[in-house]
Design a protein around this ligand. Sequence first.
Ligand code: CTP
Ligand code: MG
Length: 219
Amino acid sequence: LKVAALIPAAGSGTRLGQGPKAFVQVGGRTLLERSVAALAGHVHEVLVALPAGMELPKGVQARAIVGGQTRQESVLRLLEASGADLVLIHDAARPFLSADTVRAVLAVLEQTGAATAAQPVADTLVRADPFQADGTLWDERVERAGLWAVQTPQAGRRDWLLSAHRRAETEGYSATDDAGLLHWAGHQVTLVPGEASLFKVTTPGDLLLAEALAAVWDA
Ligand code: CTP
Ligand code: MG
Protein backbone atom coordinates (compact mmCIF):
# COMPACT_ATOMS: atom_id res chain seq x y z
CA LEU A 1 0.00 0.00 0.00
CA LYS A 2 1.24 3.44 -0.93
CA VAL A 3 1.44 5.99 1.89
CA ALA A 4 1.62 9.77 1.44
CA ALA A 5 2.20 12.62 3.86
CA LEU A 6 -0.12 15.56 3.18
CA ILE A 7 0.94 18.86 4.72
CA PRO A 8 -1.51 21.76 4.86
CA ALA A 9 0.76 24.84 4.85
CA ALA A 10 -1.44 27.35 3.04
CA GLY A 11 -2.58 29.40 6.04
CA SER A 12 -1.82 33.08 6.42
CA GLY A 13 -0.65 33.00 10.04
CA THR A 14 -2.93 35.82 11.17
CA ARG A 15 -2.61 35.16 14.89
CA LEU A 16 1.19 34.92 14.74
CA GLY A 17 1.44 38.06 12.62
CA GLN A 18 4.63 37.21 10.68
CA GLY A 19 3.21 36.35 7.27
CA PRO A 20 2.43 32.82 6.03
CA LYS A 21 3.31 30.72 9.07
CA ALA A 22 4.87 27.73 7.30
CA PHE A 23 7.68 30.05 6.16
CA VAL A 24 8.48 31.39 9.64
CA GLN A 25 11.77 30.04 11.00
CA VAL A 26 12.52 28.51 14.39
CA GLY A 27 16.10 27.65 15.21
CA GLY A 28 17.10 28.64 11.67
CA ARG A 29 14.70 26.32 9.81
CA THR A 30 11.18 27.02 8.57
CA LEU A 31 8.23 25.26 10.21
CA LEU A 32 7.50 23.66 6.83
CA GLU A 33 11.04 22.32 6.41
CA ARG A 34 10.89 20.75 9.88
CA SER A 35 7.52 19.11 9.28
CA VAL A 36 8.55 17.74 5.86
CA ALA A 37 11.83 16.39 7.26
CA ALA A 38 9.98 14.61 10.08
CA LEU A 39 7.82 12.69 7.60
CA ALA A 40 9.95 12.22 4.49
CA GLY A 41 11.68 9.00 5.56
CA HIS A 42 8.41 7.28 6.51
CA VAL A 43 6.25 7.70 3.39
CA HIS A 44 6.39 7.24 -0.39
CA GLU A 45 5.65 10.90 -1.16
CA VAL A 46 5.23 14.25 0.57
CA LEU A 47 2.64 16.69 -0.77
CA VAL A 48 2.39 20.26 0.51
CA ALA A 49 -0.43 22.81 0.08
CA LEU A 50 1.03 26.32 -0.18
CA PRO A 51 -0.53 29.79 -0.29
CA ALA A 52 -1.12 30.97 -3.89
CA GLY A 53 1.99 32.57 -5.32
CA MET A 54 4.45 30.95 -2.87
CA GLU A 55 7.09 28.35 -3.70
CA LEU A 56 8.65 25.63 -1.58
CA PRO A 57 11.68 26.89 0.36
CA LYS A 58 14.95 25.70 -1.21
CA GLY A 59 15.98 22.20 -0.24
CA VAL A 60 12.48 21.01 0.76
CA GLN A 61 11.91 17.68 -1.00
CA ALA A 62 8.19 17.57 -1.73
CA ARG A 63 5.51 18.15 -4.36
CA ALA A 64 3.61 21.41 -3.95
CA ILE A 65 0.05 22.37 -4.86
CA VAL A 66 -1.97 25.55 -4.17
CA GLY A 67 -4.12 25.36 -1.03
CA GLY A 68 -7.64 26.66 -0.46
CA GLN A 69 -9.39 29.36 1.57
CA THR A 70 -9.73 27.12 4.62
CA ARG A 71 -7.67 24.28 6.07
CA GLN A 72 -10.46 21.88 5.15
CA GLU A 73 -10.33 23.04 1.52
CA SER A 74 -6.52 22.73 1.46
CA VAL A 75 -6.76 19.15 2.75
CA LEU A 76 -9.41 18.26 0.16
CA ARG A 77 -7.10 19.51 -2.59
CA LEU A 78 -4.21 17.50 -1.16
CA LEU A 79 -6.38 14.36 -1.02
CA GLU A 80 -7.40 14.89 -4.64
CA ALA A 81 -3.80 15.47 -5.77
CA SER A 82 -2.46 12.34 -4.08
CA GLY A 83 -2.67 8.86 -5.54
CA ALA A 84 -1.77 7.09 -2.29
CA ASP A 85 -3.90 4.46 -0.53
CA LEU A 86 -3.18 5.73 2.98
CA VAL A 87 -2.37 9.27 4.07
CA LEU A 88 -0.92 11.03 7.07
CA ILE A 89 -2.16 14.63 7.32
CA HIS A 90 0.15 16.85 9.36
CA ASP A 91 -0.02 20.61 10.03
CA ALA A 92 3.09 22.49 8.93
CA ALA A 93 2.49 24.53 12.09
CA ARG A 94 3.46 21.54 14.31
CA PRO A 95 7.21 21.34 13.60
CA PHE A 96 8.32 19.03 16.45
CA LEU A 97 7.15 15.60 15.32
CA SER A 98 9.21 12.61 16.43
CA ALA A 99 9.86 9.45 14.43
CA ASP A 100 8.28 7.45 17.28
CA THR A 101 4.96 9.26 16.90
CA VAL A 102 5.00 8.90 13.10
CA ARG A 103 5.61 5.16 13.46
CA ALA A 104 2.93 4.78 16.14
CA VAL A 105 0.27 6.56 14.04
CA LEU A 106 1.25 4.61 10.90
CA ALA A 107 1.04 1.28 12.74
CA VAL A 108 -2.49 1.99 13.96
CA LEU A 109 -3.48 3.35 10.55
CA GLU A 110 -2.50 0.09 8.91
CA GLN A 111 -4.55 -1.88 11.44
CA THR A 112 -7.69 0.25 11.61
CA GLY A 113 -7.82 2.70 8.68
CA ALA A 114 -8.27 5.81 10.82
CA ALA A 115 -6.15 7.28 13.62
CA THR A 116 -4.98 10.56 15.09
CA ALA A 117 -2.33 11.71 17.51
CA ALA A 118 -3.98 13.17 20.61
CA GLN A 119 -3.20 13.77 24.26
CA PRO A 120 -5.30 13.28 27.37
CA VAL A 121 -6.08 16.72 28.79
CA ALA A 122 -4.00 17.46 31.89
CA ASP A 123 -5.34 20.86 32.94
CA THR A 124 -8.41 21.51 35.06
CA LEU A 125 -11.26 22.58 32.82
CA VAL A 126 -13.89 25.22 33.55
CA ARG A 127 -16.58 26.84 31.46
CA ALA A 128 -16.74 30.63 31.11
CA ASP A 129 -19.99 32.55 31.48
CA PRO A 130 -21.37 32.73 27.92
CA PHE A 131 -23.00 36.09 28.73
CA GLN A 132 -19.84 37.82 30.01
CA ALA A 133 -17.26 38.90 27.44
CA ASP A 134 -14.41 39.13 29.97
CA GLY A 135 -14.02 35.51 31.04
CA THR A 136 -15.93 34.99 34.26
CA LEU A 137 -15.80 31.45 35.63
CA TRP A 138 -19.28 30.06 35.28
CA ASP A 139 -19.05 26.32 35.90
CA GLU A 140 -16.15 24.47 37.53
CA ARG A 141 -17.77 21.04 37.18
CA VAL A 142 -16.39 20.25 33.73
CA GLU A 143 -15.45 16.58 33.77
CA ARG A 144 -11.89 16.12 32.49
CA ALA A 145 -11.92 12.32 32.45
CA GLY A 146 -12.13 11.04 28.91
CA LEU A 147 -11.22 14.34 27.25
CA TRP A 148 -8.34 14.38 24.77
CA ALA A 149 -6.78 17.31 22.91
CA VAL A 150 -6.41 16.39 19.25
CA GLN A 151 -3.10 16.93 17.46
CA THR A 152 -1.69 15.86 14.10
CA PRO A 153 -0.60 13.62 12.35
CA GLN A 154 -4.08 12.43 11.52
CA ALA A 155 -4.21 9.40 9.32
CA GLY A 156 -6.72 7.54 7.27
CA ARG A 157 -7.54 5.57 4.18
CA ARG A 158 -7.58 8.12 1.39
CA ASP A 159 -10.90 6.85 -0.01
CA TRP A 160 -12.59 7.31 3.40
CA LEU A 161 -11.13 10.80 3.80
CA LEU A 162 -12.04 11.84 0.27
CA SER A 163 -15.66 10.79 0.58
CA ALA A 164 -15.99 12.40 4.03
CA HIS A 165 -14.51 15.65 2.69
CA ARG A 166 -16.68 15.64 -0.43
CA ARG A 167 -19.81 14.98 1.62
CA ALA A 168 -18.84 17.79 4.03
CA GLU A 169 -18.32 20.14 1.08
CA THR A 170 -21.73 19.26 -0.38
CA GLU A 171 -23.51 19.62 2.97
CA GLY A 172 -21.62 22.75 4.01
CA TYR A 173 -20.28 21.02 7.13
CA SER A 174 -17.03 22.39 8.50
CA ALA A 175 -14.78 20.59 10.96
CA THR A 176 -11.50 21.83 12.42
CA ASP A 177 -9.75 18.53 11.75
CA ASP A 178 -9.82 15.40 9.63
CA ALA A 179 -10.22 12.83 12.38
CA GLY A 180 -13.37 14.68 13.40
CA LEU A 181 -14.58 14.59 9.83
CA LEU A 182 -13.96 10.83 9.58
CA HIS A 183 -15.91 10.30 12.80
CA TRP A 184 -18.72 12.52 11.50
CA ALA A 185 -18.82 10.31 8.39
CA GLY A 186 -19.29 7.23 10.56
CA HIS A 187 -15.80 5.81 10.87
CA GLN A 188 -14.22 4.63 14.10
CA VAL A 189 -11.07 6.68 14.80
CA THR A 190 -8.32 5.46 17.13
CA LEU A 191 -6.64 7.99 19.43
CA VAL A 192 -2.87 7.43 19.50
CA PRO A 193 -0.97 9.13 22.35
CA GLY A 194 0.97 12.03 20.82
CA GLU A 195 3.49 14.25 22.57
CA ALA A 196 3.63 17.68 24.22
CA SER A 197 6.17 18.81 21.59
CA LEU A 198 3.42 18.51 18.97
CA PHE A 199 1.79 21.77 20.08
CA LYS A 200 0.66 24.00 17.22
CA VAL A 201 2.62 27.23 16.77
CA THR A 202 -0.31 29.64 16.78
CA THR A 203 0.58 32.77 18.77
CA PRO A 204 3.76 34.80 19.41
CA GLY A 205 4.04 33.03 22.78
CA ASP A 206 4.07 29.66 21.03
CA LEU A 207 6.93 30.89 18.83
CA LEU A 208 9.01 31.69 21.92
CA LEU A 209 8.37 28.15 23.21
CA ALA A 210 9.28 26.75 19.80
CA GLU A 211 12.58 28.66 19.74
CA ALA A 212 13.49 27.27 23.15
CA LEU A 213 12.51 23.72 22.18
CA ALA A 214 14.41 23.90 18.85
CA ALA A 215 17.68 24.33 20.72
CA VAL A 216 17.11 21.06 22.60
CA TRP A 217 15.43 19.21 19.71
CA ASP A 218 18.30 19.89 17.27
CA ALA A 219 21.10 19.13 19.75
N1 CTP B 1 -3.91 25.88 6.57
C1 CTP B 1 -4.01 25.61 5.19
N2 CTP B 1 -4.90 26.32 4.41
C2 CTP B 1 -5.66 27.28 4.96
C3 CTP B 1 -5.59 27.56 6.35
C4 CTP B 1 -4.70 26.82 7.13
O1 CTP B 1 -3.29 24.75 4.68
N3 CTP B 1 -6.49 27.97 4.17
C5 CTP B 1 -2.91 25.15 7.37
C6 CTP B 1 -1.91 26.10 8.04
O2 CTP B 1 -0.88 26.45 7.10
C7 CTP B 1 -1.42 25.28 9.22
C8 CTP B 1 -2.62 24.39 9.56
O3 CTP B 1 -3.52 24.48 8.45
O4 CTP B 1 -0.30 24.46 8.91
C9 CTP B 1 -3.28 24.81 10.86
O5 CTP B 1 -3.87 26.09 10.69
P1 CTP B 1 -3.60 27.36 11.63
O6 CTP B 1 -2.75 27.01 12.78
O7 CTP B 1 -4.92 28.01 11.87
O8 CTP B 1 -2.68 28.28 10.65
P2 CTP B 1 -3.08 29.65 9.94
O9 CTP B 1 -4.45 29.52 9.37
O10 CTP B 1 -1.97 29.99 9.03
O11 CTP B 1 -3.07 30.68 11.17
P3 CTP B 1 -4.23 31.74 11.56
O12 CTP B 1 -5.50 30.92 11.77
O13 CTP B 1 -3.73 32.40 12.80
O14 CTP B 1 -4.34 32.69 10.38
MG1 MG C 1 -6.20 29.21 10.64
